[in-house]
Design a protein around this ligand. Structure first.
Ligand code: PMP
Length: 308
């Protein structure tokens, strides 16, 4: 259930949640050309709250706007400040932040909306575990989707483009109505790409693998996990993965800002390992949890404290 907050940042100012509305001719509503982000901030105890890797999220947001030629009017620094202002105004200690750049209504209702203004809104709400507490603690059941991930020359697969997510929504829908928790998407060549809103890792015989960047979202959690593992002397192989490699893996886990580190205990009715979260998954879950809550001194550079 969505935990609403009082204020939303829209077009440079804070407004009440209920007033953050758009016109029905909003271009993005019709054609999907917009960019969004998903960011989390955590309660770091006496240190206050901190946003995790805010700069990197805002960089991906700006990159996505550039990829779509969306000329949004704010600098990354202004958007970073806007996120912090929003968190302070809503007085939440932990939550999720959703920046969204979209093409507004304007002189053009057709496809080329070059004169329509680009607007930016930033929302925050409280969001506990994305794939459920049970999933985080014991692992989720996943299904390979019958829907293929976009080809990288059909969509801008490395950017968080609003319209592109219909592919993820359909896959998610299919997995849920089939009794699974999440879908794993294959790319057009049939290799494992990612979850509907997460990247994916597998472990077999102590070797960790993840699909290469190419047609997937360059996950900030994915990058964090690769860094944390390499600091522990475990290098991650970024290589193409066939679906059967998931079936015979010792461990599989998903990574994402919303999903954090979620173990996968079953893929297509095959039990992964012994059906419980494996040692590398558990270790990385713990490290990630410590990291985002400001318990790892050397990695404080990834945190933006909201009170400073
Ligand atoms: N893949 C997809 C399709 C996503 O939507 C997300 C969520 N942004 C990710 C991967 C993970 O990215 P991140 O770790 O930056 O949240």
């Amino acid at each position: 259930m969505l935990a609403k907050t009082e204020q939303i940042w829209m077009d440079g100012k804070l407004i009440p949640w209920g007033d953050a509305n758009v016109h029905i001719l909003t271009h993005t509503l019709h054609y999907g050309v917009g960019v969004f982000e998903g960011i989390r901030y955590y309660d770091c105890g006496i240190q206050g709250s901190a946003v995790f890797r805010l700069k990197e999220h805002m960089r991906r947001f700006s990159d996505g706007c550039k990829v779509l030629s969306l000329k949004q009017p704010y600098s990354s620094q202004e958007l970073i400040e806007a996120c912090l202002t929003l968190i302070r105004a809503n007085k939440l200690k932990e939550g999720y932040i959703r920046p969204l750049a979209f093409i507004s209504e304007g002189p053009n209702a057709g496809l080329w909306a070059y004169e329509n203004p680009v607007r930016v809104a930033i929302l925050t709400w409280g969001w506990e575990t994305y794939l459920g507490k049970e999933g985080v603690n014991h692992g989720i059941r996943a299904k390979i989707s019958s829907l293929t991930r976009h080809h990288r020359n059909i969509a801008m697969t490395n950017s968080k483009v609003c319209g592109q997510y219909f592919n993820s929504v359909l896959a998610k829908q299919e997995s849920k109505v089939s009794g699974f928790d999440e879908a794993i998407m294959l790319d057009p060549e049939g290799f494992v790409a990612e979850g509907t809103g997460e990247n994916i890792f597998l472990v077999r015989d102590g070797v960790v693998k993840t699909p290469p960047l190419g047609s997937i979202i360059p996950g900030i959690t994915r990058d964090t996990v690769i860094t944390l593992l390499s600091e522990q002397g475990i290098s991650v192989k970024e290589e193409q993965i066939a679906r059967h490699q998931l079936y015979i893996a010792d461990e599989v886990f998903l990574t994402g800002t919303a999903a954090e580190i979620t173990p996968v205990r079953e893929v297509d009715m095959r039990t992964i390992g012994n059906g419980t979260p494996g040692p590398i998954t558990k270790r990385i879950q713990q490290k990630y949890s410590d990291l985002v809550r400001g318990k790892i001194e050397e990695r404080k550079d990834w945190l933006t404290f909201t009170d400073k």
